[in-house]
Ligand binder design. Sequence first.
Ligand code: PGA
Length: 241
Amino acid sequence: MKLIVEKDYEEMSKKAAGILVEEIKNNPSITLGLATGSTPVGMYKEIIKRYKKEELDFSNVKSVNLDEYVGLDGSSPSSYRYFMNENLFDHINIDKANTHVPDGKADDLEVSTKKYDKLIDDIGGVDIQILGIGTNGHIAFNEPAGELSVGTSVVDLTENTISDNARFFDTMDEVPKTAITMGIGSILKAKKIILLASGENKKEIIKRLLESDTVSTELPASFLLLHPDVTVIVDEAAYKG
Ligand code: PGA
C-alpha cells in the first residue's frame, strides 16, 4: 500500500482529482469506481473545476458506485444516486446511462445484487476505484463481522455506521438500517484503488490499517493489503492528528 500524506482536505482532494484526471485523459473510455460520503466531495468539486478548465471529456466514461441504501431511489435527496447527480454527474458531460448505482428499490434485491456484479464484469471491470473508510474500518458498506460477502450483497448496517450517517438525515428514524454494497471481492477486482481519509476522526482507523500485517473480517479495509495497487491518500489530521 502506497501512502501519500497531504497538508489538508483541499490538498488531499486535489491530489486524488489529479490522479483521476490523468487516468481519464489516458483512457477516455475508463470505468471509474465511485464513492459517496463527505470525503470525496472536495475531489468531485476539483474534477468539475478541471473539467470546465481543461476540456476533459466524459462522454465515453463509465462509472459504477459502491453502494446504495435499501428503500431509497434517485428521487430521494438522501440516496446515493441523488448524491452522485448533485456532486458530479450533473456538472460534467457524462452520459447518465453509463453511470451505475445499485438499485435500492429493486423488487428482488438478491437478484439485483447478482445483476450488479454481472454488469461490472460485462463493462470490463473497474479501472480505478475510489474508496472512503468508515471509523469502524468498513469499506463501502462492508461492516466488521465474522464473515464478509465476496460479491455485491444486502447488508445490515452497524449502530456505529447508522450513527455516523445520521448527520445526513433529519431524524434517527429516517436513517436506513440496510444497504446494498459491492462486496470485498468486487472491490478487489478493480485494477487500481485509491482510499481517501480526512480529519482527526479517521486517525485511529488509518493507524490501525497502516499497521496491519494480517487481514481480518473485523477490519474490512485490511483486505486491501491483498491488492497490488492501492494508494492511501490522507490529510495530516487523519495521519498525525
Ligand atoms: P465519510 O464516509 O466519507 O462520510 O467519512 C466514509 C465511509 O463511511 O466509507
